[in-house]
Write a protein that binds this ligand. Sequence first.
Ligand code: SF4
Length: 522
Amino acid sequence: MCLVYPNTYAVGMANLGFQAVLRLLAEDPRVTADRAFLPDGPRAEWPRTLRSLEQDRPLGDFDVVAFSLSFEADYVHVLDCLALAGIPLWRRERGVDAPLVLAGGPATFLNLARATTGPLGRDGILERSEEVRGAYRPDRYTPEYDGARDLVAFHHHGPGSGRVERRFVADLDGFDTNSEVLTRESVFGNMYLVEASRGCEWGCRFCAAGFMYRPVRYRSPEVLRASIARGLAERDTIGLVGAEMASLPGVAALCEEVAARGGRASPSSLKADLITPGLARALGAGGNRSVTVAPEAGSERMRRVINKNLSEAEILRAAEWLVGGGVDALKLYVMVGLPTETDEDVEAIVDLTRKVRARLAGSGQPRLGRILVSINPFVPKPWTPFQWEPMEAIASLRRKLAHLRRALGAIPAVETETESPREAYLQTLLSRGDRRTAAILARLHERPDAWWPTLKSLRGGAEGVDPDRFVHRSYPLDALLPWDFVEHSVDKRYLLAERRKAFGEIQTPPCDTATCHTCGAC
Ligand code: SF4
């Protein structure tokens, strides 16, 4: 089989999920696994055929072509890879000799190995795929639409209930996920990556990872220490990967140990109120020049809506400790366009940045304390309490972003970076769309350099479904959502209750996995 990451080699090899699947396949004697990536460089210079890295074989020669998908933007690249491989884009156009095309996680691929040992052919493999827990076979489902409008039913015909179960590793210690193949050419090429946790206990209401990967699971300090020791033999920097790293039991001690051994621990994200002076010192001593803190919103009110459980005083304190601990610069990650947002909430982003800057400037180390404010439009995600909410209109997002760039740019030592609302539109479409998005993807694939004019021409529903219906519309709370058939273990009623609390500005305390059964995941 060929495992394809639908982005460049540098991006794909930085992905721990892709690396974990590679390792599982390499350990299975029944499987020969090659890798393939989207070619580098401008499209006009791409080779005519996509070939695998190890054996230099055309993709069409493999029994199975399996895509590893992490980000919505890569959906478009899946089509590029298929086209370069000469594999028809549409399933119905693939013949019996075509490879079976899969996407997703390791369990699906591994269990299929059994099916390929006999002369089953493509259809035979598909039949067997139904024995695989967690596998979704799209041709077994027929969607029913209300004209060109809503999805009203999703009929399943085949064995079982039609519910697709999420597969789940309960004890992460039995399965470590680290950088398997080290290459300087990957985007985190200077780091050895160690996955420290899955899920998150904090329940931020916009965050897909926080709901999809419930309940939170941490690797034990002993297992992490062993991974870190292996990593330090290869690289100076250890990337600790997880949704929120300041909650990781023993994180300060781990970071101190890395620093004491001459290395640098780089946690992927830190919740500001959990940063301790010890952790801040360990990060500074390890040589972290910049640390990301994610207030997500400027005002206390907005942070209550998104369930951030984080006060302004805690953000200011964390900033001071980090810079006092030896970190030169901070990155503040915030969103605009969140549900219920007002102009005052947007203005509060400027006020908060100004206060952080003032606190750092007063720390007695005026050279330090540069701030990069990263501003991103809110994208509603499936399986979150905000899955029903629309993305804000592009024009008003632009106005807010322009205002923030101006106002923040006037503060000394503060820089901004902003994500384009058009890209957020595409991301929302691919996040919240149903099967009809496939036709839109095919259109985008035809004119890859003109993706926005193409989307714009489809707005209003001139040719079938209007993409705005997936992006800018509130989904009715009782609507059948395109992803409802996936069994994600979190009860939809819990998501609705969290949504109600968001609009009431009521926060939910973090998970206590020992006693709580509220959402259904524990
Ligand atoms: S059942 Fe409770 S502790 Fe477990 S994931 Fe859900 S909310 Fe968190």
